[in-house]
Design a protein around this ligand. Structure first.
Ligand code: ZN
Ligand code: ZN
Length: 274
C-alpha cells in the first residue's frame, strides 16, 4: 500500500459517492460504478431558458402538466454517465439548448439568455443535492462540475464566457452551512475550464424567506432586492451565473438583469438541475 499524502487523507476522510454516499474505491473519482450505470443525462432539445426537455411542453398551457413533470421520477434518458465515474471525461451527449422557450419560461420574461442543466431535480440527483447543501458534503462539487462539463462543455465554449459568477448565499446561511454550494461548483468549473471566477460582481444584501412554497411572482418579489452589483463594479461582456438548482428562474433572471444593467451583454446560467 502506498501512503502518499492523498492516500492518507482518503483513509482519514474517505471520499464518498456523490449519488449514494457509499465510500469510493481508489479508481472511482466522483461516483461509484453502480451509480454510474444508473444516472442519466438529459437528452434531446431543451428549453433555452430553463434547460428542461421541450418535448410535449411547448404548446401546453396550464400548470398541471408542469407539476406532473416536476414530480416525475428519473426518466430513462440516453447518454450514460458511466464515463463520468471513470477517468477522462470524453464524449458529449447533449444536443444543447435549442432556440425554443417552454410555456412557463415564455410567460416569465426572464432576462438571462440561456441556461443549461444536465439533470432533472428528482430521484438520486435531488437526494445528492440535499446532502450537498444540508449535510456537509462539500466534496460533491467535483462531481457536479464534472457532470456539467460532460454534458455541456461544447455549449459553454460556444458562449465564450468572460467570467463565472456564483449565486451568493446570505452570510447567516453561510455561517450555518460553512460553505456556499454554488461557489464550490463555480470554483471547480473555473479550475477545469480556465474561465475566471468573479465572486465580487454579485453580493447578497438580504436574507430571503424560504422560497419553496412561493409562486414565481412571489419569488420574484422576494428576491428583487436581495442581490446587488457593488458600486463601481463593471460586469464583463459575457457572464455565466452558476447555481445548484433552477426552479422558476427568478434568481437567475434577477441576477441577469442586474449584470446587464452593469455592462454585461450576455448572461447565461449553469445549474446542476432544473
Ligand atoms: Zn454510488
Ligand atoms: Zn423553460
Amino acid at each position: 500500500m502506498n501512503f502518499t499524502p492523498s492516500r492518507l487523507l482518503d483513509l482519514l476522510y474517505p471520499r464518498r459517492c456523490a449519488l449514494c454516499d457509499a465510500i469510493l474505491k481508489s479508481d472511482e473519482p466522483f461516483i461509484c460504478r453502480e451509480c454510474g450505470g444508473k444516472v442519466r443525462f438529459r437528452d434531446g432539445e431543451t428549453c433555452v431558458k430553463c434547460g428542461r426537455p421541450l418535448e410535449g411542453r411547448v404548446a401546453d398551457k396550464g400548470r398541471k402538466r408542469f407539476k406532473e413533470f416536476e414530480e416525475e421520477p428519473e426518466r430513462p434518458q440516453q447518454g450514460r454517465l458511466s464515463e463520468a465515474c471513470g477517468k477522462g471525461l470524453t464524449g458529449l451527449q447533449s444536443t444543447g439548448p435549442g432556440k425554443n422557450v417552454c410555456d412557463e419560461c415564455a410567460e416569465r420574461h426572464l432576462s438571462h439568455d440561456a441556461c443549461l442543466a444536465p439533470f432533472a431535480y428528482s430521484g438520486m440527483i435531488r437526494d445528492s443535492l440535499m446532502r450537498f447543501k444540508y449535510h456537509d458534503r462539500p466534496e460533491y462539487a467535483g462531481f457536479f462540475a464534472a457532470a456539467i462539463l460532460h454534458y455541456g462543455r461544447e455549449i459553454i465554449r460556444q458562449w465564450r464566457p468572460d467570467a463565472l459568477v456564483p449565486v451568493p448565499v446570505h452570510k447567516s446561511r453561510l455561517a450555518k452551512r460553512g460553505y456556499n454550494q454554488a461557489l464550490l461548483i463555480a470554483k471547480e468549473l473555473s479550475a477545469r475550464t480556465g474561465i475566471p471566477l468573479r465572486e465580487d460582481l454579485i453580493t447578497r444584501n438580504k436574507r430571503t424567506e424560504a422560497q419553496k412554497e412561493l409562486t414565481f411572482e412571489g419569488r420574484r418579489r422576494n428576491i428583487s432586492d436581495a442581490f446587488l452589483c457593488p458600486d463601481g463594479k463593471k460586469a464583463p461582456g459575457t457572464v455565466i451565473v452558476v447555481d445548484d438548482i433552477f426552479t422558476t428562474g427568478s434568481t437567475l433572471g434577477t441576477i441577469a438583469e442586474i449584470l446587464k444593467a452593469h455592462g454585461a451583454d450576455k448572461v447565461y446560467g449553469i445549474c446542476v438541475c432544473s
